[in-house]
Each structure stands twice: as structure tokens, then as C-alpha cells.
Design a protein around this ligand. Structure first.
Ligand code: SAM
Ligand code: SF4
Length: 425
């Protein structure tokens, strides 16, 4: 979501006459679109602000800091970091060029946060010609106990379907091969708008647009429906990948997290997805060391990993976030325990991913190439989101690849047939 909003910031700045540069040292204006989800992300950005301070000593640079970080901390960032010229929020990005003009023209510093009931309708300077990210919802109304998103981005609002369809069509017209529908909880699409279909309806309509590939993220287990799985099963261009964050495998922790589902419910979605969608790749997000997580609670998360055999996992150590409910209870799992649990998840997952990936050796998969690979050839993704490095290929090309090798990180092989491969698997 942040990556896409940065494409929007680049879009509005380009429209206002600015040019993107490759190196931060060559920039006259620097914008940081800051993430607040984890403490580490926040600290990383503070480090970057420090480097810009050095740059500012050598020549004039205008620095704007915003996104979720600006929305949550607001004015206080100006006090804490003299290098910052203006603070912007998680919306209202169309006004960022005028903020630059104002701080430069009036030699002032300011904070201007957007309206959290809005979704920005701005031009996007897409980083990838082959993949178009398209926002379908902004914000989130779920209030998971640990999560800052509802405060940083506001409550969930669904974008008007006609705006979504128009953007999808334009992106396809511009050459996009893959549409990635974005929202914090895509399955809740439409719940806040009268007379609009639900996510299954939207996904089906977007699939109808003829994009070679359609993906979506993120799904929430509480709002996942069989109808969405049916669309995934019936539309060949909807990729056979489902990212379904579990966060924990322990019912007691799931209640504490306010996630709104049980382990049983989670597993029943997995079973329904596997029954309907051939070769579906399931991936997830996990948090280790949530307040009060005992060794026995964590063992249930390890069991979940073992039982489901995810294709890949994003795992993070819990960090308390301002404004959230869990920040009011003691962060009582020691850092060393969190680190050890994280390592145990990663070690187990690497073994599972390797075993799952090895099953693809000598099989052919369809790959959409995204970039040149460091080791030569091209890097892309299979329909099920597995990373593939192949000899041959070209950026933006869909090709069949004969898989010759596997590691815990992905697959490798050689391009077999160029273009025109039927289907997604
Ligand atoms: N909306 C998605 C969902 O419901 O899973 C995910 C959005 S969240 C921005 C991305 C991931 O960050 C979450 O799935 C969670 O694993 C992680 N996360 C959020 N808050 C966190 C925290 N306080 N500490 C550690 N990880 C956190
Ligand atoms: Fe955060 Fe929960 Fe909303 Fe995801 S669903 S963005 S974890 S509050």
C-alpha cells in the first residue's frame, strides 16, 4: 500500500513539473512516505532523515515527511527534526506539490494532514510497466489490538467501482499484464457503500477485463467468503495464490488480538481453498511474542505452520505501537524469546518451502518476468506467486519455464515457449 502511495506521490510531483532522479544525493526535493506498522520501520526512517540532514548542510534540499508516520506524529516531527520542512498525512497527496511551493516560497515550515474520509484520486507514476497496483479500499475498521493502521489511515472506505474499472482498463491499455487489487482487508469491499457489490463481484468483474493476471491483497480470514474462492476457481486469470494472515495459531491469542476468528475457522478456509483451487499457494503473516504469549501458545503457531505448509511467511516480532490497545498492556515477552521464536519459525518455514518447491522440479510453470536477474536471465513470478529465475525471458513476458532447480527462496529453470501460454499454472 505504501509502495503504491509512493507511486502516487511520484505521479503528482511529475504532473507538477518535477523529474524523478535515481540517486537521493541528486534530489532538490525529498519525500519520505513513512510506515508505522512496526517500530523497526519507523526507526529506519528516522535514520534516513539524519542522512538528509547531512545533505542539507551541503546544498539546499526541501524535505517532506509523511504517510502514516506523518499522520500519527504530525507537527511533533517538525519539533523533533529541524531538517523536515513539511509534514503530510496518509491522504491528501494531491496537495503535496503545493506544500513544496509554499515552504520554498514563504521560507516556512508546515504540517498539513489530509481528510481521512477520502481516497486520493491522483495519477500514479507506476514503477513497473507490467504490474499495476489498484486501490480498492483505503483504511481499516478492524482494530486488531496491535495494529496502528485504523488510526494512521482512518476507517475503511471502498472506492467507487467505476473508478476501479476505469483505472484497470487504463492500466491494461498502458500495457500492464498483471492487476494487483489493494486494500487492508479486501474481503470487506463494499460493506460501507450502498448499492455496490461485494468483493467476489468486484473480483469477477476485474477478471472479466481480460488482464492476463489478477491478484489481490490482503485477505482477512473473518471476512473471507466461499464466493471469493469460487471466483478464483472459475476465472483462469485470477492467480492461484491466497495471502491469508493468520497472525497466530492459538485461539487465546487470536481473541487477545481481536482478530475475529478461531484456528478452526482459519483451517476451514484453507481446506475450502485447497478443495476448489488447483495448486493454490497459501501464504501468511505471523506475529511472535505478542503480550502474554507462552511457550505453549507459540507451539500452536508452530503446529499451524506444520499443518498448513505455507509457501512463504512474513513473520515479525511484536512491537507495541502508539494508540493501539495492546500498547496499554505490558510488552512482557523478552526480546531474546521473541528473537528465538522468530528464528524457529524461519528455520521451520525454510525447510517446508524447500520441500514444497522441490515438487516443481521437472514441471513447467507459467512465469511473468519482472526484472533482470542478478545471476543472468530474468526474474519473475509463477501464477501462485513463487519466485522463478530463468535463463531467457524478457521483462513483461509471460512464458512457460521448465523448472530445473529449487531452493527455500524459489525456483529456477529455462524458458520453454515464448508468449501465448494458456492459463496461469
Ligand atoms: N491488513 C492485513 C491483515 O489483516 O493482516 C495486514 C496489514 S498490517 C499493515 C501488515 C502486517 O504487519 C500484519 O499482518 C502483522 O503481521 C504485522 N503487524 C502489524 N502490527 C504489528 C505490530 N504491532 N507488531 C508486529 N507486527 C505487526
Ligand atoms: Fe491492521 Fe487488523 Fe486492519 Fe489488518 S485487519 S490493517 S492487521 S487492523
Amino acid at each position: 500500500m505504501n509502495l503504491h502511495q509512493s507511486e502516487g506521490l511520484a505521479g503528482v510531483m511529475t504532473q507538477a513539473g518535477y523529474t524523478l532522479v535515481d540517486r537521493i544525493e541528486s534530489a532538490d526535493v525529498i519525500l519520505f512516505n513513512g510506515c508505522m506498522v512496526r517500530q523497526k520501520a519507523e526507526e529506519k526512517l528516522y535514520g534516513r532523515i539524519g542522512s538528509v540532514m547531512e545533505q542539507k548542510r551541503k546544498h539546499h534540499v526541501t524535505l517532506g515527511v509523511g504517510g502514516c508516520l506523518g499522520q500519527v506524529h504530525g507537527e511533533s516531527l517538525l519539533v523533533r527534526f529541524p531538517a523536515i520542512d513539511f509534514v503530510f498525512g496518509s491522504t491528501g497527496h494531491e496537495f503535496v506539490p503545493s506544500l513544496v511551493t509554499r515552504v520554498e516560497g514563504e521560507a516556512t515550515r508546515l504540517t498539513e494532514l489530509g481528510d481521512q474520509a477520502m481516497i486520493d484520486e491522483i495519477p500514479y507514476a507506476r514503477r513497473s510497466a507490467m504490474r499495476a497496483m489498484v486501490t480498492i479500499t483505503e483504511g481499516c475498521s478492524n482494530f486488531c489490538s496491535y495494529c496502528i493502521v485504523p488510526y494512521a489511515r482512518g476507517r475503511m472506505r471502498s472506492r467507487a467501482p467505476e473508478l476501479i474499472f476505469r483505472e484497470v482498463e487504463e492500466a491494461i491499455g498502458d500495457g500492464a499484464r498483471e492487476i494487483l487489487l489493494l486494500g487492508q482487508n479486501v474481503n470487506a469491499y463494499g460493506a460501507d457503500r450502498r448499492g455496490v457489490g461485494d468483493f467476489a463481484w468486484l473480483l469477477d468483474r476485474v477478471a472479466e477485463s481480460g488482464a492476463p493476471r489478477v491478484r489481490f491483497t490482503t485477505s482477512h480470514p473473518r471476512d473471507m467468503t466461499d464466493a471469493v474462492l469460487d471466483v478464483m476457481a472459475s476465472r483462469r486469470n485470477v492467480c492461484n495464490h491466497l495471502h491469508l494472515p493468520a497472525q497466530s495459531g492459538c485461539d487465546r491469542i487470536l481473541v487477545e488480538m481481536n482478530r475475529g476468528y478461531t484456528l478452526d475457522r482459519y483451517l476451514s478456509i484453507i481446506a475450502a481453498a485447497r478443495a476448489r483451487i488447483e495448486g493454490i499457494n497459501l501464504t501468511t503473516d505471523l506475529i511472535v511474542g505478542y503480550p502474554g504469549e507462552t511457550e505453549a501458545d507459540f507451539a500452536e503457531t508452530m503446529n499451524l505452520i506444520e499443518n498448513v505448509r505455507f509457501g512463504s511467511i512474513f513473520v515479525a516480532k511484536y512491537s507495541p505501537r502508539p494508540l493501539t490497545r495492546s500498547a496499554r498492556v505490558e510488552d512482557d515477552v523478552p526480546e531474546s524469546t521473541k528473537a528465538a521464536r522468530l528464528e524457529r519459525v524461519l528455520t521451520r518455514q525454510r525447510r517446508i518451502a524447500l520441500e514444497e518447491n522441490e515438487r516443481f522440479v521437472d514441471r513447467d510453470v507459467e512465469v511473468l518476468f519482472e526484472s533482470a536477474a542478478r545471476e543472468g536471465g530474468h526474474l519473475g513470478r509463477a501464477g501462485d506467486h513463487r519466485t522463478v529465475v530463468a535463463r531467457g525471458g524478457a521483462i513483461g513476458e509471460l512464458a512457460a519455464v521448465r523448472i530445473e532447480g529449487a531452493s527455500s527462496a524459489g525456483l529456477s529453470g529455462s524458458v520453454l515457449i515464448r508468449e501465448g501460454v494458456e492459463g496461469r499454472r
